[in-house]
Design a protein around this ligand. Structure first.
Ligand SMILES: *Cc1c(COP(=O)(O)O)cnc(C)c1O
Length: 373
């Protein structure tokens, strides 16, 4: 089969979504499915929708357009503040956008009026992540200006944690966000439909026992796709952590014990730490490189360790000298490696889906259907 490739198990993504949607429904929190790490891949987006997310969310208009062209009609929210140069496209393709700049909201308002639409505005509040966001003291004033603008509707407020900074959102921060929601309503009247508390990093708080206040939404990417809680890096109980597998092909396998001291790059997530001994080892060169993924975000099979990579080659070492040219090495991947691989045109995307199997390969029930795009 063609390689390098990323195998995407849509069943696992659907199941992860279902588990999170059901778990959070018990706390009256809606889940928005974040598609940016898969570049708006429509098959993954559909798996999230089938798993029960209330809307899709992406950071880039290009990804939103890709989903719209594939026929996805659900509400889509742009979570990166708009570039002023793209406000027309945003009003055309997204029901809602996250905003922090009143001048850009004015552009969205003008674009919406030209198109005869009403565009929803969620105001992002800065609560310590040090990325985008309105300072809490300015929030009520900006919210009041939005309420007065035609063509836009104030739909809610949102906060963001642990995207740039590594600060975990806690009950204190969530209760401040709830108070801000009340304050905004005190200042401008309309009921805020959405109070979006954050991302996968908020799950320990959201699934915990404490009160949820006004928080009624989370935007989940990593937890759905990789089953991982980003701050601890630990797997989340009940979720699949192997929905994505990156497969690369060996183009050289030779015993090379004669080359001076190697500076091995330790693959900290691998079980194997290469220890110098007298065992025979094969050096493997595989046909994938820095252009295709984040090499340091790969987790290799236990008997394989990373030596290094260049733009087009990845070099591994193994005690398994049976591995030959043409053999494939499968790796599990982290968020950064996933994002880069999904964006790499030379990495083929292969979809594994039981639903497709049922409709297309009825005479081969034991095999899983693979769809190549
Ligand atoms: C990427 C992003 C998310 C999703 O984060 P995950 O850790 O993947 O759940 C949520 N909100 C914003 C604003 C983001 O940029």
């Amino acid at each position: 089969m063609t390689s390098p490739r990323i195998e995407i198990d849509l069943r696992k993504i659907r199941q992860n979504t279902q588990v999170l949607v059901n778990g959070l429904a018990a706390h009256e929190i809606n889940v928005s499915g974040v598609t940016k790490a898969v570049c708006g891949d429509p098959a993954v987006a559909r798996a999230m929708l089938e798993g029960g997310v209330s809307e899709l969310v992406d950071a880039r208009v290009a990804n939103v357009l890709r989903m719209r062209r594939a026929g996805i009609e659900c509400p889509i929210t742009l979570i990166r503040p708009p570039m002023p140069s793209e406000t027309d496209e945003i009003v055309q393709t997204c029901e809602t956008s996250y905003n922090t700049e009143i001048d850009v909201i004015a552009d969205l308002s003008a674009a919406a009026l030209r198109k005869g639409k009403v565009h929803n505005i969620v105001l992002m509040v800065e609560m310590g992540d040090m990325r985008e966001g309105i300072m809490p003291d300015d929030l009520a004033r900006i919210a009041s200006s939005v309420v007065e603008m035609p063509g836009v509707a104030l739909a809610g407020i949102a906060a963001n944690f642990a995207c740039m900074g590594n600060v975990a959102p806690d009950a204190g921060a969530m209760s401040i966000l709830s108070s801000l929601a009340n304050e905004v309503e005190g200042a401008c009247g309309p009921f805020l439909e959405t109070v979006s508390g954050g991302s996968s990093a908020n799950l320990p708080w959201a699934l915990g026992l404490g009160p949820k206040g006004r928080i009624n939404g989370l935007r989940l990417g990593e937890a759905i796709l990789l089953g991982i809680e980003p701050i601890s890096g630990l797997p989340i109980d009940g979720l699949h952590t192997d929905a994505f597998t990156l497969v690369t092909e060996v183009i050289e396998s030779q015993i090379k014990n004669n080359t001076g001291p190697l500076h091995l790059i330790e693959n900290s997530s691998s079980e194997l730490h290469v220890v110098r001994d007298n065992l025979c080892r094969a050096r493997l060169v595989t046909a994938i490189g820095l252009q295709d993924t984040d090499i340091h975000g790969l987790r290799f099979p236990v008997d394989i360790a990373l030596i290094g990579a260049t733009s087009d080659h990845m070099v591994l070492e193994t005690k398994n000298i049976a591995i030959r040219v043409g053999d494939e090495i499968s790796c599990q991947i982290n968020y950064c490696a996933l994002m880069r691989a999904m964006n790499a045109q030379d990495v083929k995307k292969i979809y594994i889906d039981e639903m497709a199997q049922n409709s297309r390969t009825l005479n081969k029930p034991s095999r899983t259907a693979l769809t190549v795009v």
